[in-house]
Ligand binder design. Structure first.
Ligand SMILES: [Zn+2]
Length: 375
């Protein structure tokens, strides 16, 4: 379902890179993996300045607003909490603010990678972050509180059921909420000026999001495809690295910058492989969050383009959301999915809907180009 959109994005980005590095691009239609600005070519956000559809048409500058208004870490967290509360969800417990680590301690080294915890399965919820007043951290807090509100919603279930419906759900909750940080919402909470009704600004914003969320999809799929191949023996030890790069080329349309051999073990450079952390959850979360968002927007009675919907303050959407979260892992996930979306199937039509404006624009830009790659 999502491959056509990914292919359009890959083609457009490749064309821009070719202009920047004339004659240096591989002839097979792939993008060399090391020039996407990310070691795994899983997030192409760093290429935004190069591929920005309408240079000069700037979006919302949340960084500047946070600094100007002297947002403290706690105020940023309160802002995210306010979003969840606006849906009818409870306030965070006082202990959350007493016991969370919101800023980098001055007296010791800590892991600053953001995480969210229910330390006793009874609501002693906390996050661990080193918050600075940036848009990235601001958005990350909304993501982390997704985990926290999931914990709180299923807290009254037996411990074995205190889990996501499947492990893609847990990552998708906060990401769904992040999709609601529209220019209109940011304006409403005082972090942006009145939103411009400009098609160009919409395309720019969609490109920025696509470089993160669409570029990720094939990577998200191939990690476990490679790993399951290793586990079931269809990928033999003497073929580990070659099989890795075959999948990278097939799905991502990227290629290794220099020739690789079985002397190399490139999959090992991805944390989740040596750490034995499942990866399909991230792929599924990327699909699900748009499906969740579409259902919440329907519950809120929103009928415009999906990318413009924010359910901030909508109790009907919040009620459906909270009911789903409260089911935790107590029943098969298709049932839980159906209660929110009306369908037992995970379905990528929502992510396609969401990116419809960008897809139309990319197709027009790529018209007549020789898109696609060997693999
Ligand atoms: Zn997370």
């Amino acid at each position: 379902q999502v491959k056509p959109l990914y292919s359009q994005l890959q083609c457009y980005v490749r064309g821009k890179l070719e202009k920047k590095y004339p004659g240096k691009m591989p002839k097979d239609g792939t993008i060399p993996a090391h020039i996407t600005g990310n070691m795994w070519a899983q997030d192409w956000s760093a290429l935004y300045p190069l591929v920005q559809p309408f240079p000069g048409v700037s979006g919302v500058d949340v960084d500047a607003a946070l600094k100007k208004q002297k947002y403290t870490p706690e105020k940023m967290v309160r802002s995210a909490e306010d979003f969840y509360k606006s849906l009818g969800m409870p306030a965070l417990p006082a202990s959350f603010f007493e016991r969370s680590q919101l800023v980098r301690p001055r007296d010791r080294d800590v892991v600053c990678h953001a995480s969210a915890w229910d330390t006793n399965l009874e609501g002693d919820v906390r996050i661990k972050m080193c918050i600075t007043p940036t848009e990235e951290d601001f958005r990350t807090i909304y993501h982390e509180l997704g985990h926290i509100y999931y914990y709180l919603a299923y807290n009254n279930l037996p411990p074995l059921f205190q889990a996501g419906a499947h492990d893609g759900f847990h990552e998708a909750i906060g990401d769904t909420v992040q999709l609601n940080l529209t220019p209109a919402y940011l304006h409403r909470i005082g972090l942006a000026g009145a939103p411009k009704e400009s098609e160009k600004a919409v395309i720019n914003a969609q490109m920025q999001l696509a470089l993160e969320k669409i570029a990720f999809l094939p990577f998200g799929k191939l990690i476990d495809e490679w790993r399951w191949g290793v586990f079931d023996g269809s990928i033999a030890p003497q073929n580990y690295n070659a099989a890795w790069w075959q999948l990278r080329q097939k799905y991502q349309g990227v290629s290794s910058p220099i020739p690789r051999s079985e002397e190399d073990f490139d999959p090992g450079a991805k944390y989740h492989v040596p750490a034995n952390t499942p990866y399909m959850r991230y792929f599924l979360a990327h699909i699900l969050q748009f499906q969740f968002q579409r259902s919440l927007c329907e519950a809120a009675g929103f009928s415009g383009p999906l990318n413009e919907c924010s359910v901030y303050g909508n109790k009907q959407a919040g009620e459906k959301f909270w009911a789903m979260l409260g089911k935790g892992g107590s029943q098969p996930w298709p049932k839980t999915l159906k209660e929110l979306t009306g369908s037992e199937q995970m379905d990528a039509s929502a992510i396609i809907d969401y990116f419809a404006p960008l897809k139309r624009w990319l197709e027009a830009q790529n018209a007549g180009k020789d898109c696609g790659w060997q693999g």
